[in-house]
Design a protein around this ligand. Structure first.
Ligand code: SF4
Length: 284
């Protein structure tokens, strides 16, 4: 049974909140959302209003009745934390799904080039359902795995077309049900599903990618695979998408896989990896 150091999560989140200005987090969110105007700006930590689905009825919310670090009763009654006050619409949902699949195993830059090429040809990406496969592969080849990604995009859009009245219905079925719907699509795993739920629907989720899992492990919060970290750490993160975005930036610029820049890291006083390296050097 994997352990989670919840006290260290609390300290990590406090450090992140104090230092959130060092990375362009709000810019990142706008870019992810498509940057289409004021209505689509995000408002982190906004609690979901009473309207909408209560998906904890069907899932049994583990966090029901728990207190947050300010001592407030949190999420009781099934209120999901929402990160956005944006209007969910069909185009954004489809765009984010396509973008998320394109971003698998590639850089943001190449993903964006492929996405813009698709948008240049198919203004409404739902039309990819009927699009010529060869043409789609050609347009997205810049971001790698064109055969696999074309198949995944088509599968995902066909499922949405066949099973939902309209794409934005994904965001009305409740977070857990939407998660199950997305992960039932071949090629959409838990991380991609959480990304879609955050940036298409505005849920506060904690996608665990390679940067996030590396930092969580090095800090000593929890060990194990990405999937396990997602499952056992996520419920304890209070500001999920903020923490996710911060750690992505931090993993790219400071806590890199090779040669992490521990001397300038804001987590160095709580990091097991760094402290063990220091202890090793002092005994030499
Ligand atoms: S102290 Fe080093 S290993 Fe630890 S989180 Fe920072 S950069 Fe990563």
């Amino acid at each position: 049974m994997l352990q989670v150091n919840t006290e260290k999560i609390r300290i990590m989140e406090d450090i992140i909140l104090k230092n959130r200005h060092i990375y362009p987090i709000d810019e990142f969110l706008k870019i992810k959302r498509g940057n289409k105007g004021e209505n689509e700006k995000v408002n982190l930590n906004k609690e979901l209003k009473d309207e909408g689905e209560d998906d904890t009825k069907e899932s049994g919310n583990k966090e029901r009745g728990t207190k947050d670090r300010r001592g407030n009763k949190g999420r009781k009654g099934g209120k999901e934390r929402e990160l956005s006050q944006i209007k969910v619409n069909d185009e954004i949902v489809v765009d984010i799904i396509v973008k998320t699949i394109l971003s698998q195993n590639t850089s943001d830059k190449l993903r964006d080039i492929a996405f813009e090429r698709l948008k240049g040809k198919y203004r409404n990406l739902m039309d990819l359902v009927y699009g010529d496969e060869k043409e789609i592969k050609r347009l997205i080849s810049v971001c790698g795995l064109p055969n696999v990604k074309t198949k995944r995009i088509k599968n995902a859009l066909i499922k949405i077309k066949e099973e939902l009245r309209k794409p934005s219905d994904l965001c009305k079925m409740g977070k857990d049900k939407a998660f199950r719907f997305l992960t039932s699509i071949n090629g959409i795993g838990p991380k991609s599903a959480e990304v879609i739920l955050a940036f298409a629907c505005g849920y506060d989720t904690f996608p665990v990618d390679t940067h996030v899992s590396r930092i969580i492990r090095r800090l000593g919060i929890s060990l194990g695979t990405r999937e396990k970290i997602h499952k056992i750490v996520s419920p304890h993160i209070e500001n999920k998408i903020l923490t996710h975005i911060f750690l992505i930036h931090h993993g790219r610029s400071v806590c890199r896989a090779k040669n992490p820049k521990c001397s300038i890291c804001i987590f160095k006083n709580i990091c097991d990896y760094h402290l063990s390296q220091m202890a090793l050097h002092s005994t030499r």
